[in-house]
Design a protein. Structure first.
Length: 370
């Protein structure tokens, strides 16, 4: 990776910062990292916050490396937004939004991340800072945070499609996965279908569906109408009405306390949002041993089986491991930069450190197998 940092001092600073991110420091911002290394703080702060190096080139090398190490035609590309609580209102893109970690609305920056999930493990692929509409229109704040002219307001589902267009041809994969923020957006699902991208996307339990495999209702007495269709109902009611014998059990993964299993059922459906009807998709419902049920819409250019859909969705949790390891071990949320450039610089260095840890885990798995 060092050739992508063009100057000698940039390479030295890159080594120093990544070692700091991998260290046991309690807080992995520029000042503690510099102090631990016995160097001046300001050059490190400038390198991360506003250094003249190309973070997109470094991320491009990371993606090539990921494909080289764990490229898999059966892999999944996983989109997931993550919130970063921030004090004050001056950090680029900060706004009041729901923060799952805090369990309330708070001032946060939101980043959209793309991960790579395979049977061998997971890896980060890309990151972009979400710029809310009021920020995108505010010239003064844009100038203060050095937001490039080309960056405009985009809904997060549009950002995801842009990231997909930029990288999908260089990343062997079979599925696209995302949470219900993306699954409930009809335009996002339509964009994936236009690109012939198979998906399994989380959706709310209130999603209206028509079961295309259910028998038509009987004709009313005395009625000559031929138009008999199965009525729409929400996904939760549909799942509750299914006979227990229709649910099949699957082993999803090995947990710390033993194998984790789910019971699953799937049917062909048509969705409805307000008065807009969707195309034919698959509704997948998964029930945990504790009785919690989640709902997902799936589509592929081929006939999807229940086994395929369950296995694909099982990759969703791997992006959560990326964030867990990133925030717990690689300083993903340890930053004090305020600019657009600084946020992407920090995330690039942190994801590079996280990828190093991922490779170490792969090496340890090989040793254990031997």
């Amino acid at each position: 990776y060092l050739p992508w940092f063009y100057r000698v001092e940039q390479r030295d600073n890159a080594r120093l910062v990544i070692r700091g991110l991998l260290s046991g420091l309690e807080r992995k911002t520029a000042e503690p990292i510099a102090r631990a290394a016995g160097v001046q703080r300001k050059p490190i702060q400038f390198f991360v916050g506003n250094g003249k190096w190309d973070d997109e080139a470094v991320m491009g090398e990371l993606r090539r490396h990921v494909v080289e190490v764990m490229g898999d035609p059966a892999a999944a590309l996983v989109f997931d937004p993550s919130t970063f609580p921030k004090k004050g209102t001056h950090s680029c893109g900060v706004a009041r939004t729901w923060c799952g970690r805090l369990g309330k609305k708070e001032n946060c920056q939101v980043g959209l991340f793309l991960g790579y999930a395979t049977e061998r493990g997971q890896a980060p692929l890309d990151r972009r800072l979400y710029l809310p509409k009021d920020w995108a229109r505010d010239r003064k704040r844009r100038a203060a945070c050095h937001v490039p002219e080309a960056v405009k307001f985009q809904e997060r589902w549009r950002m995801a499609l842009d990231m997909l267009d930029a990288h999908r041809h260089g990343l062997p994969h079979r599925w696209v996965l995302a949470d219900d923020e993306f699954g409930r957006t009809q335009a996002f699902r339509a964009g994936l279908r236009q690109r012939k991208e198979a998906y399994v996307l989380d959706v709310p339990c209130s999603t209206l569906v028509r079961d295309l495999e259910a028998p038509r209702p009987p004709r009313k007495a005395g009625s000559k109408s031929r138009h008999r269709v199965v009525p729409f109902r929400n996904a939760q009611d549909w799942a509750a009405a299914q006979a227990p014998r229709k649910w099949r059990e699957f082993h999803v993964k090995d947990g710390e306390k033993g194998p984790l299993t789910v019971r699953a059922i799937m049917t062909r459906v048509q969705t409805r949002f307000h008065s807009r009807l969707g195309p034919q998709e698959w509704l997948l419902a998964l029930r945990t041993p504790e009785g919690e049920v989640s709902y997902h819409l799936a589509w592929a250019p081929w006939e999807v089986t229940l086994e395929e859909a369950v296995a694909a969705h099982g990759r969703r949790h791997q992006i959560e491991q990326v964030f867990q390891h990133g925030k717990g071990e690689a300083g993903l949320d340890h930053y004090e930069v305020r600019s657009y450039v600084g946020w992407h610089h920090h995330m690039t260095l942190s994801l590079l450190a996280l990828w190093f840890l991922g490779q170490e885990r792969l090496a340890q798995k090989k040793k254990r197998r031997r």
